[in-house]
Design a binder for this molecule. Sequence first.
Ligand code: FAD
Length: 328
Amino acid sequence: MYDGDTVVGSEGSVDGDEIGSEDDSVKRRASDPSLPSSNPTKSYWQDSPPFPHLDTSPDDTPARADVVIIGSGMTAAGVALSFLPLMASKGKAPVVFVAEARKICSGATARNAGHINIAPYRVENAKALKELGSVYPLAEVREFETVHLHHDREEFEKDKASLEDLRQKYPQYEVEVLGGNEVKTYANSPAWGAISHRAGSFRPVHFVTSIWDDLRGQCPNLRISINNPVEDITITTSSSHPYSVTFSRGTLQARHVVHATDSHATHLLPGLEPGLTGNLMHMLAQIPGAGFPKCEGTRSWTLRFGDNYYNVIQRPDMPYEDGKCGDC
Ligand SMILES: Cc1cc2nc3c(=O)[nH]c(=O)nc-3n(C[C@H](O)[C@H](O)[C@H](O)COP(=O)(O)OP(=O)(O)OC[C@H]3O[C@@H](n4cnc5c(N)ncnc54)[C@H](O)[C@@H]3O)c2cc1C
């Protein structure tokens, strides 16, 4: 969805839907999320896909597969990366069929802000992501400092108080509390105070499609089928391949099925309702104005207003192929 020179990415149970009233939101959460839209909005990260060949797939469907992975976003790529190289190192080449309803990596992963919030319990995740960033340089994985600018005094005091507990549980986790004029070194903001810690950022589509491209090169039995939504799964009497998976372009029998469908999960797994619901969120990409702090991609900001918050992440000032230097 384009709005002037602002590019919008959004994802939720209904793609490109209006936010609507609170009642609408409750109704949407309680309803079947349906299959992903066949005509989704295009997000900022999808502007210049680095591996366009991943969006062409053979029409044939194998009769059987060891694993069917539904979806091709971050979760699906993480699952494939966690077992395919391991199997290959043992001389095994399982048949893996990835079925994606839309283009490769076109769900929430393609529409998010690319922020890596290094919470204390996610330090190892962030480390792993950084290591993968050196394997997949197009992903632009970066570590930097983030600052939470608190505009609500009560909320600031509450967050400050909770840091004591955090410091005791995770003494290695470094968090700094800033007040008064110190805040001005981060942003010209009327904030009461700020809390800063390490964080990071990456280009999600480039990251995930780099993984798929790499795995496709390494694993001859990995098939990725795009524009091919899974419509139904039934359980059969077969002891080796008990799942019969129906796609828009065929049916196959599978030993295992991995659901990596995020906000659409309850369409195929209605038993997960109402515990699992989609959430409509938005990301904007903008060329910053002249007064915006120029940090060359070395900082992110979270503007906190009570329960609401906005993240701002700046890309490095580097001439990327999409020509959008320093976008936020
Ligand atoms: C606007 C926004 C901003 C966000 N910002 C951040 C952030 O800064 N940092 C962060 O860590 N997280 C962020 N998130 C959350 C993060 O993006 C998601 O948690 C993550 O991308 C989920 O990945 P996934 O692979 O599980 O799902 P997805 O990327 O949504 O992938 C699911 C895929 O399954 C496909 N699919 C669904 N149903 C079917 C079917 N029946 N058959 C075939 N295919 C199907 C979809 O087309 C989709 O491609 C944000 C999310 C949004 C929406």
